[in-house]
Design a protein around this ligand. Structure first.
Ligand code: FAD
Length: 328
C-alpha cells in the first residue's frame, strides 16, 4: 500500500448511517454543519418540534481531527471519535433530516427564507438558517502544495503522523497547532524541521519543552517555505531563511499555520469581520434576520467543543423564537 492510500485511509471523513433526505425539501430550519455546534443545534431544534435539516460535509467536524479530548464536561477523558458517536446517536433519536456528505456551495435569500444549493446541484429551502460550518486548515499557497496533498503534504498530525515512522518531516508554523503537531510526530519521525516565519515560536512553553528536550527537532526561525519539491511525492522543501534559500530533504510536510472560517457560502449575505468570521450578537443573530450562526465560524471567542455546543443550543433557541415571531 502506498503513502497516498494510507493517507486516504487515515484521513477522517465520516461514513454514517443517516438516510439521505430527498432534495427539494422545505424546512422550518436548516443547519449547515455537522460539528458540535450544528449537531447540538439540531437536538435543540428537534425538541422544539421544528422541521429541521442538517446539511453537512461530515459528522463530527474538527473533532474528527483529534484523538482524545480532556476538557469536555462530564468526561475526564473521552476519545474524540466516541464523542462524535455520542453526538450522532443523540441526533438520531429525533426526527431530524441529515444530509451528510453534502457540501453546501451557496446560500441565497429566497422569499421569506433561504435556499441552500449543494455542490451536486441538490437544493433545499428553509424559513430560517443556522450556519455552523466551523473552520478548515489554512494552506501555504506555494507551488507543489496542492499537487502533493496526500502524497506527503498533510494538515492533520493526529491523523497522519504514523505514516512518517522513521522519516524526516517538516512542520510549518510556530503556534500551538504547530507545536502540537510536532509533539504528535515525535514518537514516529526520525527528525523534525520546525519552520516558522516569526523570530520565535508563539505556542505554549509546555508544548515547546518536549520538542527541545527530544534532540530530534531543528528550529528554523524567520524562515518561509517557498516551494514543496517532488514529483510523485514530497522529496524536499525550498525554504527562504535568513542565510538565503536552503533545501531541506523531507518526506512529509505538516502545514500548521492556523484555521480559516468556512463562511464562503454566506459571503455577501451576512456581515463578516476581517478574518472572515460571521459577526454574531450574544443570541447568535447575524446581520440578516432569520439567519443565525454558531461555533468556530463566528466571532465568538474560545474555539472549543463545549463553546461550540453551547452556541449551537443558543442559535436553535434563537431561531425558534424568530420563527414564532415571524410565522411563514
Ligand atoms: C487538532 C485539533 C484539536 C482540538 N482539540 C480540542 C480539544 O481537545 N478540546 C476542545 O474543546 N476543542 C478542541 N478543538 C477545537 C474544536 O474541535 C472546535 O472548536 C469545534 O469542533 C468547533 O465546532 P463547530 O461545530 O463550530 O465547527 P467544526 O467542528 O469545524 O464543524 C464544522 C462542520 O461544518 C461542516 N461544513 C463546513 N463547510 C460546509 C459546507 N459548505 N457545507 C456543508 N457542511 C460544511 C463540516 O463538514 C463540519 O461538519 C480542536 C481542534 C483541532 C483542529
Amino acid at each position: 500500500m502506498n503513502l497516498a492510500d494510507l493517507t486516504l485511509e487515515l484521513t477522517p471523513f465520516a461514513t454514517d448511517e443517516f438516510p439521505k433526505p430527498a432534495p427539494g425539501g422545505r424546512y422550518d430550519l436548516a443547519i449547515i454543519g455537522g460539528g458540535p455546534a450544528g449537531l447540538t443545534a439540531a437536538i435543540y431544534a428537534a425538541r422544539k418540534r421544528l422541521k429541521t435539516l442538517v446539511a453537512a460535509e461530515n459528522i463530527g467536524g474538527q473533532m474528527l481531527w483529534t484523538s482524545s479530548v480532556e476538557n469536555y464536561p462530564g468526561f475526564n477523558v473521552v476519545q474524540a471519535r466516541d464523542l462524535v458517536d455520542k453526538f450522532r446517536s443523540q441526533v438520531r433519536q429525533f426526527p431530524v433530516d441529515v444530509a451528510s456528505g453534502l457540501q453546501v456551495a451557496a446560500v441565497s435569500a429566497e422569499g421569506p427564507g433561504f435556499r441552500l444549493e449543494g455542490s451536486g446541484g441538490e437544493a433545499f429551502t428553509a424559513r430560517s438558517l443556522i450556519v455552523a460550518t466551523g473552520k478548515r486548515y489554512r494552506s501555504l499557497g506555494v507551488p507543489g502544495e496542492k499537487e502533493l496533498i496526500g502524497k506527503g503534504v498533510a494538515y492533520c498530525a493526529t491523523c497522519d503522523a504514523p505514516l512518517f515512522a522513521g522519516k524526516t518531516v517538516a512542520v510549518v508554523g510556530g503556534g500551538n497547532s504547530a507545536l502540537t503537531a510536532a509533539n504528535e510526530l515525535l514518537p514516529y519521525a526520525s527528525k523534525i524541521h520546525l519552520i516558522n516565519s516569526s523570530p520565535a515560536v508563539t505556542g505554549d512553553p509546555v508544548l515547546l519543552e518536549p520538542l527541545k528536550g527530544s534532540g530530534k527537532v531543528d528550529f528554523h526561525m524567520r524562515s518561509k517555505v517557498s516551494e514543496i519539491l517532488g514529483k510523485e511525492r514530497v522529496e524536499g522543501l525550498a525554504v527562504n531563511s535568513p542565510g538565503g534559500v536552503v533545501r531541506l530533504d523531507v518526506s512529509g510536510v505538516f502545514v500548521e499555520i492556523g484555521l480559516i472560517p468556512n463562511s464562503g457560502p454566506v459571503k455577501g449575505l451576512v456581515e463578516l469581520n476581517r478574518e472572515g468570521e460571521i459577526i454574531v450578537d450574544c443570541s447568535c443573530r447575524t446581520s440578516r434576520p432569520g439567519l443565525f450562526a454558531a461555533g468556530d465560524v463566528t466571532t465568538v471567542p474560545a474555539k472549543q467543543i463545549v463553546v461550540a455546543a453551547g452556541e449551537g443550543a443558543k442559535a436553535a433557541l434563537a431561531a425558534y423564537d424568530w420563527l414564532l415571531a415571524n410565522p411563514g
